[in-house]
Design a protein around this ligand. Structure first.
Ligand SMILES: NC(=O)c1ccc[n+]([C@@H]2O[C@H](COP(=O)([O-])OP(=O)(O)OC[C@H]3O[C@@H](n4cnc5c(N)ncnc54)[C@H](OP(=O)(O)O)[C@@H]3O)[C@@H](O)[C@H]2O)c1
Length: 302
């Protein structure tokens, strides 16, 4: 099958289109013919070698974990899904490929495009895990620092669906877009504490940092305590008494069904910022690394 692989850690240029043997579904797994594969910042972080202590890989490796496609093998013990079903979910490994093996997946809503579906898994799981760890519920005021990226947009919309009021930081160019999703926008950077106090004079119950760009002291000042702050990407946060979630503490796979339900009700929109052919994975990862994608980058596989 066609895939994109890296044989050494390094820059985007180490990604190469290759032909490799197809994987097959084992017990508890399905295989899909991949139609689209999502690109996440984790993909370039792993490829660069920056994660090699935490996630040692056997090279060569195929990046990617988010896929949407058509089921073509159903392994022993898997029920409720048939060959020909359209699904999206987590590839056990090797997402940038023509075929992928999945253990956690849901039916793709018929009105959700392949590209939209391929953008959902990692950001949905991360957003639900984060909102649950923060205990976000109806009536809360949540600040999402980095609200226009994949995790931020997802967390903001899921929090709104729970009945929370959501403030979100982004570049000024994304403020109208956030407003359209019911999020109260403001800019990140110097003066954040004062801007948020004006927008939420009665206080902020919880803050989720997706950006990992040094805002933790401000988020503690805004919520009043490190316990009400959570980061997904700032390794310095624990030094401030703030928890960083990695997923090692458990995954929120129910997020896939939650997002599919909201999408069908017209209450969830994760825009696909740009699509690429599978062979253009290096370009997609380079843009992801630039850190200013609104929504998702997606590879078209078939
Ligand atoms: N721990 C976990 O379980 C976990 C899971 C998933 C992802 N992550 C990590 O979380 C991070 C975000 O992931 P993602 O998929 O949401 O990334 P993404 O889609 O690439 O989002 C990037 C967003 O960051 C915003 N941004 C850039 N600089 C910022 C700053 N200084 N302050 C606030 N926002 C800023 C950008 O907004 P503008 O364009 O508006 O500037 C952009 O929308 C990545 O580092 C990723 O590796 C961790």
């Amino acid at each position: 099958m066609k895939a994109v692989q890296f044989a050494d850690y390094g820059g985007p240029e180490v990604l190469r289109p290759v032909e490799v043997p197809e994987p097959h579904a084992g017990p508890g797994q399905i295989r899909v013919a991949v139609r689209a594969a999502g690109v996440n910042p984790m993909d370039w972080k792993v490829r660069s070698g920056a994660m090699r202590q935490m996630m040692p890989l056997t090279l060569p490796a195929i990046p990617g974990s988010d896929v949407a496609g058509v089921v073509d093998e159903v392994g022993a013990g898997v029920t409720g899904v048939e060959v020909g079903d359209e699904v999206f979910g987590f590839a056990t490994a090797d997402g940038y490929a023509e075929y992928a093996v999945l253990e956690h997946f849901v039916a793709k809503p018929p009105t959700m495009s392949w590209e939209e579906a391929a953008g959902v898994p990692v950001v949905a799981e991360t957003a639900v895990r984060s909102l649950d760890l923060l205990g976000v519920r109806e009536g809360h005021v949540l600040l999402v620092n980095g609200a226009s990226g994949g995790v931020g947009l997802t967390a903001a919309q899921l929090a709104r669906a729970r009945g929370a009021t959501v403030l979100g930081t982004s570049s000024p160019a994304n403020h109208d877009f956030l407003r359209g999703l019911g999020v109260i926008p403001t800019s990140y950077g110097a003066g954040l504490v004062e801007r948020v106090r004006k927008l939420a004079p009665d206080g902020v119950d919880a803050a989720l940092d997706t950006a990992g760009k040094g805002a933790i002291p401000d988020l503690i000042a805004i919520t009043g305590t490190p316990e009400r702050v959570l980061t997904i990407s700032d390794p310095d946060a624990p030094g401030h008494g703030v928890r960083m979630t990695t997923g090692a503490e458990g995954r929120s796979y129910q997020a896939l069904a939650e997002v599919a339900r909201l999408f069908e009700r017209g209450e969830f929109d994760l825009p696909v910022a740009r699509t690429f052919d599978l062979e253009q994975a290096a370009e997609a990862q380079e843009i992801s690394q630039g850190g200013h994608v609104r929504g998702k980058l997606v590879l078209r596989v078939a």
